[in-house]
Design a protein around this ligand. Sequence first.
Ligand code: NDP
Length: 626
Amino acid sequence: MQAVERQNVDLEAVRAKYRAERDKRVRADGNEQYKEVTGDFAYFVDDPYIDEVVQRAPEKRNVDVVIIGGGFGGMLSAVRLKQQGIDNFVILEKGGNFGGTWYWNRYPGASCDIESYIYFPLLEETGFVPQQKYTNASETLAYCRQIAETFELADKALFQTEVTATTWDEAACRWQVSTAMGDELAARFIVHANGPLNRPKLPAIEGIGDFKGHTFHTSRWDYGYTGGTSSGGLSGLADKKVAVIGTGATAIQCVPHIGASAEQLYVFQRTPSSVEVRNNGATDAAWLQNQDAGWHDERRRNFEKLLAGKPVRQDLVSDGWTDAFKLLVGGLRDKAPSKSRVALWALGGLFNSAMYKSGLKKYLTDKAMRFMNLAEAMEIADYHKMQAIRDRVDNVVDDADTADALKPYYRLFCKRPCFHDDYLASFNRPNVQLVDTDGRGVERVTQNAVMFDGVAYEVDCIIFATGFEVGTDYARRAGYQVTGVDGLAISDKWADGMTSFHGMHARGFPNAYFFGPVQGGFSANFTYALDEQARHVAYIIDAMKQRGKNRAEASPMAEAAWVDEIVEKARETESFQAACTPGYYNNEGHLTRRQQDQAYGEGPVAFFDLLAKWRAQDRLNGLDIA
Ligand code: NDP
């Protein structure tokens, strides 16, 4: 490739640096590098938050709907069903209460870096005023309880109830749902709202089972050991040496608190995150309360449109996320994006993808070249953005070697961007040491230490901030198998890639709805996508009832056409993913990940509009109805 020098950027040199950093990290074992939390490691997923173990008789019931998951997805399903007048449902939740991801992730500093005014669903219905622009875990959990109270969901839920199997019974036209409590529920419809990041994963580091000290995963924080609360003050660590393994979005939030409390903290880093300023602030309650009806949807749509490169008159959220996108679209900071420019940007992405797939790049016309230049302009903007992030590290971190090690070398959206005002400064503390593994990861664990490069870092406690399973089999992540018509398992149906209609229906699985980002509207503001899925499913279930119908299943044609549409509109080209540092965004750098395992390429708002139009037709097109 020819070297391109523009605005003092040697793109070829940047690409080479990013490629070299990526190559260090790509491993042959891909997702196999992680250990499933079963067998000797099953204790990592025990629930540390329950006050009392529920003792109850097994339930044998017939209901209209079983909702699996008591997080935002399950709660929103319940609320939207109620609003359609459907009340005969049960929510099954393995945790001790509502909250889902926020029930489990209570680590110190846990917080959401999507603006609370768009992240919290149902704000107009509840009238709730979040305290700050970016909320924290305890307020979010409290809000979940408030939703449950407002919509009277508590008596609909069975907590501490883990689903073990869901099986379609054709003769009864029902889903049979079994739980670890011995429940046997029969449901006309079933909603799988089990969360895309719900199953903690551990790295399969040699000797990980040998460690004799204390250890836990960030999603099961052991406050009994550390002391303190999700606001910090971890007094139990005052005389402890602690290792944190991982430097993703979770570690970025908890490291400052551990660093402030522990006698010694070693942070083991494989790949640095990009960490921008977050800039939290108190909510102006009067401003929020004086918004016009419909403001919440408008604000959510505005955010999503910007992130999808669509034109908007004003950036309502105006934060690190929207700023990044405005910048990537090209010099649009502080002014409304020009319609033609963003359209060009969006087209440029699609065009590149099509060119890549068809192998026609070498036959480009002048016009085509202009699109290509646009992609290059974005690459340059991305470089400047990442360079600003790297410069910030130098400005904050005192030690030059540590600062160098904390600089991310990849394109911004290769990994989840992080926002934090204290993380980088934590490394200026004398008791906090970054152990940079230069892409290799921790070498081994012994009875009392974490080892890297022949050095044993003796610790009392290892905290795994190593994230959640993403690219593995659906049943493994959900914790139960879904068995459809003629014994077809969802694991087998999706073994070679997801096939669905609208990302929610799957042929062979009548009356079942799968919530998640794949083949649907992926949004950084995930609760918005869940809300739209919940509305959609509530409409379908109601429409079935209204028509006196019992069975709805994606037709083979509708499913095939949807998969084709997903592939055709795929936004993230294989070439972009191939150049990215490995992680769960690109299946650990193994591009066996099919083009179909993506979200709807025109962005979430276009997807939600498409669903709304489908509902407005009121014909249940694409579903075989019986
Ligand atoms: P991630 O998967 O993002 O991070 C896991 C970390 O563990 C990575 O830094 C990874 O390194 C590291 N790791 C894995 N194996 C090893 C090893 N053998 N040695 C050393 N390090 C290792 O998990 P998180 O829990 O941080 O975040 C998961 C997701 O949760 C986020 O992407 C985000 O979507 C969500 N989240 C959202 C928040 C919000 O504000 N809304 C806050 C927190 C989380 P490597 O990068 O090299 O793979």
